[in-house]
Design a protein around this ligand. Structure first.
Ligand SMILES: [Zn+2]
Length: 127
């Protein structure tokens, strides 16, 4: 699991010009660099991974946050409006496909359970 995380982290940093870092706690985040600063910083943003998670959870978190990176790059609705649940769900989907393309396989049954839990928590939290 640790090896998968390391491989994926390297690929992600290279492919998307982002920085993957560890932060205290259980939560992970994607923070895009403000557009005006992208050129100067030569970095598209930071993926923070909560270090208070087991190795599987860290890997899943990285996959999900990468999904956000891919979504924000390709999202045609972005200028119009943000639809948070749409973005959440697609981040899980896009991240999984990206990881698979890198040869990182995640048990689909386990992954689906995590996605379901995360989306349930998300809809509850946003109400
Ligand atoms: Zn998310």
């Amino acid at each position: 699991m640790e090896a998968k995380f390391a491989i994926l982290m390297e690929r992600v940093e290279y492919d998307f010009n982002v920085s993957v870092e560890f932060v205290n706690g259980e939560n992970s985040y994607w923070t895009p660099t403000p557009i005006a600063e992208v050129e100067e910083l030569d970095c598209q943003g930071i993926i923070d991974i909560g270090d208070d998670q087991n190795e599987f959870e860290k890997l899943i978190s990285l996959i999900h946050e990468v999904g956000h990176v891919i979504f924000s790059e390709g999202n045609k609705l972005k200028e119009h409006r943000r639809i948070p649940l749409f973005e959440e769900a697609l981040a899980w989907h896009l991240g999984y496909d990206y990881a698979l393309l890198q040869g990182i396989e995640i048990n689909l049954k386990e992954y689906a359970e995590r996605v379901e839990t995360a989306l349930q928590l998300y809809t509850r939290g946003s109400k």
